[in-house]
Design a binder for this molecule. Sequence first.
Ligand SMILES: [Zn+2]
Length: 210
Amino acid sequence: MTIKELIEENIAQKEDCNLCRESSIEVGEKTEYGAVIISRIGKGLEDGWFATISPKTGSNPEKDFSIQLMSFAHLTHFAQLAKYPELAKNYGVLFSKVSMAMAQIMAEENPEFKPIVESKELGTSMATYGKCTNWGEKKEHLHIKVFPFKGNIGQPYTVDSSFGRKEAFEDPKTKEKFVKMKPVTKVVLSKERFEQLSKKLIGILSDVEQ
Ligand SMILES: [Zn+2]
C-alpha cells in the first residue's frame, strides 16, 4: 500500500455529511448548527473553501468568538491538499484574511491595542487548531478552527513547550501522572453580539474573491 490511494480518494460531496451540505450556503446565511457563513472562496471542489463564525465560544462570550474553515469538497486529510494546488492556495488566502479580520476586531475592541503589549491579558493572541486521521471512526470532513488564544481556550497545548513544563501530579490510586488544565464550557454568544460580529466579519471579508 502507498499513500497514493488516500491522496486520490473521491472528494465528491456526501449527502450524510453536514459540512458538505453547509458548503452551498450563501454568505450571511445560517447553518443547521446556527453558525453564520462569513466568507467563501473558489468555485468548486478543487478550489473552494468557506468560513463560519460559531454561535458558541469556550471562552468569554463578551470578548471572544471562534471561526471555522472548511473545504467544499469532502476532504478528510491535510495530505490530500497537495493534489489540488488551487485548493492549497485558497486555503492560505482565506486563512490569512480570516486572521486579519479577527485581529482587526480584537484590536478595535481593545483600547490599549498596539503592536507590542506589555502583558498577556492585553495581547491580540490567536491560535489555530485542526486535525485529521484515516481512522475510520474519526475520518471526518476537514475543519480548521481559528480563535482568540485567551481565557480557558488559551491554555498551552500538548505541542507547546510550556505544556511540557507544567507540573505533573500523580493519582494516588492509579499512580497515573497528569497535569492540570482549566475546564472549558462552550457558552452561547448573545444574539446582539453574534449578529454584530457576523456583519462586521462579512464586511471585512467582502473583498475575498468568490
Ligand atoms: Zn463532507
